[in-house]
Ligand binder design. Structure first.
Ligand code: ADP
Length: 363
């Protein structure tokens, strides 16, 4: 009963690969805490995975199952939260279709990540294939010129700018509003997306003259940006990640590879912790990181010893997660869990869709 009165929180993750420590510190740890206070819906956003990767969909189903085991291992609890696969609950697509009737394309084009992400996808697709990249850019340019569009509008004519990709914020809005979410946990950089969801809800309610959609509010979660081994943001696309469930040997090898202050060559050289990846990880795993930084600055510790301690500290936290995951992999069928979650999600989603369809004059 108590759960009914809790505010609803909705959040999803795309099954585009194995989870890494950036995902863990940036998102998942917050999810585990949110379960204590809110009625949470966590979904594997498999349709969203297709918005940027329809050409590499072969691992989506397997990644989805792995992700569910990962979630369980870090403490997400299917007794307290609903977790499910987005494509199991067709109402997500149905609501997105209706929202698409009121969401102007100009709003979607203003989405700041559309062009940036498109450029990034383009770079990834043609990595190491300069000729092909030039060719594709040429075609895009020709199409733009044929439509009388200038350089600023080039992105629109890329063959990667699909309807699904341009429209993913509409699907996101549907994901959230289907469950009357009061809150969406986000970092400040994602605020424009949430504003767009709110605008769409407001326009829908106004157009159909019924307050049927709830405008979600941001729940700002404090989360560190975790650097990858090379010092850039940890990200699958940079190939600089440490997996949450990396084995002990892999962890050791990766920590040893971490970028450190290039000016600190000898043990007693004075170091500069800012920009040093090992120091950033001490902040996450070492309660005495301040003392460690002071020693580094004073030239009292070398990078080798610093990394050795870091490996021990990380192993202490990650080994139990790894063991728990192995147990779960042997005992839990993720598909069963997803099916049970989908049934719960569907009950809420279909009731909402009935109300929305009625408001839209369909029934
Ligand atoms: P990737 O860049 O590896 O593809 P995603 O874009 O799938 O990661 O990220 C999923 C979630 O994890 C996002 O909410 C994002 O904010 C968080 N996240 C990803 N990488 C990091 C990082 N390096 N530091 C903090 N949070 C991160």
């Amino acid at each position: 009963m108590e759960k009914e009165t809790k505010s609803v929180v909705v959040s999803g993750a795309r099954p585009t690969g194995r989870l890494h420590l950036g995902n863990y510190w940036g998102t998942l740890r917050n999810w585990v805490d949110l379960q204590n206070k809110y009625g949470c819906y966590f979904f594997v956003a498999d349709w969203h995975a297709l918005t940027t990767g329809a050409d590499k969909s072969e691992n989506i189903a397997a990644n989805t199952r792995e992700m569910v085991l990962d979630w369980l291992a870090i403490g997400l609890d299917p007794e307290r939260s609903v977790f499910f696969r987005q494509s199991d609950v067709k109402e997500h697509a149905e609501l997105a279709l209706l929202l698409g009737m009121v969401a102007p394309i100009s709003w979607l084009l203003r989405n700041p990540t559309f062009k940036d992400q498109l450029q990034e996808l383009h770079k990834q697709k043609y990595k190491g294939q300069e000729d092909k990249m030039k060719q594709a850019e040429g075609v895009t340019k020709q199409l733009a010129e044929a439509h009388g569009h200038d350089a600023g509008e080039l992105a629109l004519h890329s063959d990667m700018a699909t309807l699904g990709f341009l429209g993913y914020p509409v699907l996101q809005a549907a994901d959230i509003m289907l469950y009357d979410a009061r809150f969406v946990p986000i970092g400040r950089d994602q605020l424009p997306h949430l504003e767009l969801s709110r605008d769409i809800a407001r326009r829908f309610n106004h157009m159909f003259g019924a307050p049927v959609l709830t405008e979600p509010e941001p729940l700002f979660t404090s989360s560190p940006v975790v650097p990858g081994l090379d010092g850039r943001k940890m990200s699958k696309s940079y190939g600089n990640t440490i997996g949450i469930f990396e084995d002990a040997k892999g962890l050791e090898t990766k920590v040893k590879k971490m970028y450190t202050d290039p000016l600190k060559v000898k043990v007693d050289d004075k170091g500069h912790p800012e920009g040093c990846v090992a120091c950033a990880f001490h902040k996450l795993y070492n309660p005495d990181w301040k003392a460690r930084e002071a020693e580094c600055r004073e030239g009292k510790v070398g990078c080798g010893a610093c990394k050795k301690q870091l490996i021990e500290l990380m192993e202490k936290e990650l080994a139990p997660l790894r063991a728990r995951r192995a147990e779960l992999a042997a005992s839990v069928n993720p598909e069963e869990l997803l099916a049970a979650g989908a049934a719960k999600a569907r009950a809420a989603a279909s009731a909402k869709m009935a109300a929305v369809s009625k408001a839209a004059g369909l029934i």
